[in-house]
Design a protein around this ligand. Structure first.
Ligand code: 0L1
Ligand code: MG
Length: 258
């Protein structure tokens, strides 16, 4: 780590305030290392947990070529999920909670039991189609790699479809993202690191390096199968061939019920 703790705390405060006041901020000062950026992410998450949120799992970001091209980066990153980010499958979410939300079709894995230092691989007891809502806290979604790591990999929300037993090959499955029934992005689960199962060792490696615990029941989001799409006031649905669907209704400020 190269940046002083006070400066890291200040950056975390800025990003946390941006998230809960729904107001974008400028990028962080240059010169941050990835280690600094994960320390800022730790401090951002500590603030959320101090407000009563509970850890719900981890997500991988930048796992697809489309995503890397869209954002101009080449490294896989990890962010944290909390219970406050979860939206029930088929439920609704007020878009007023977000600055400029986007949505991605993903595959979710459920962790079977607490992961220990002896585990060579992640114990998984279920898989599901999933949606991730991302919402960069930076103005215009513009950020460097340390910026986005510090900003918890843009995590903002997630939706998990019906859990299925693991075991079937999740590779090469068609993925569609629809808005009010019309396709907006199509792709394949192979866009996730060549095969979504490859997300698991990547995640274990980074989670272990960063000291991020994985507990029984935690969700792992493997990464996006297509580029992200804007999240409009409409029903957004992911369809994964042979695995099922998950959906969420984005509600505009004047239509929000909660
Ligand atoms: O889940 C993702 O791949 C997003 C990573 C963060 C970058 C972004 O905001 O698009
Ligand atoms: Mg994602």
């Amino acid at each position: 780590m190269t940046t002083e703790t006070g400066a890291l705390d200040l950056a975390a405060e800025r990003l946390d305030t941006a998230q809960h006041t729904v107001a974008a901020v400028g990028q962080l000062p240059g010169g941050l290392t990835p280690a600094d950026a994960y320390a800022i992410q730790d401090a951002v998450i500590a603030r959320r947990l101090a407000r009563g949120e509970r850890p719900a799992g981890l997500k991988l970001g930048f796992t697809s070529k489309a995503k890397m091209a869209q954002m101009g980066v080449s490294e896989v990153i990890v962010g944290r999920l909390t219970d406050a980010m979860r939206v029930p499958d088929g439920g609704e979410v007020a878009l007023a909670r977000f600055i400029h939300p986007r949505v991605e079709p993903e595959i979710a894995y459920r962790i079977a039991r607490d992961v220990t230092p002896d585990d060579d691989e992640l114990p998984v007891d279920a898989v599901a189609p999933a949606l991730e809502i991302i919402d960069s806290r930076y103005r215009d979604f513009r950020f460097s790699l340390p910026d986005v790591i510090a900003d918890n990999a843009s995590s903002a929300g997630f939706v998990i479809g019906a859990w299925q037993p693991p075991g079937a090959d999740l590779g090469g499955r068609e993925v569609r993202l629809t808005v009010d029934g019309a396709d907006v992005e199509t792709g394949s689960t192979d866009a996730i690191l060549g095969h979504p199962d490859r997300a698991l060792p990547e995640l274990l490696r980074i989670a272990r390096r960063q000291g991020m615990p994985l507990r029984a029941g935690h969700v792992v989001l493997a990464g996006a199968a297509t580029a992200a799409a804007p999240f409009p006031a409409a029903r957004v649905e992911v369809h994964v061939a042979g695995l099922g669907t998950a959906s969420v209704l984005g509600t505009a400020p004047d239509a929000a019920t909660g």
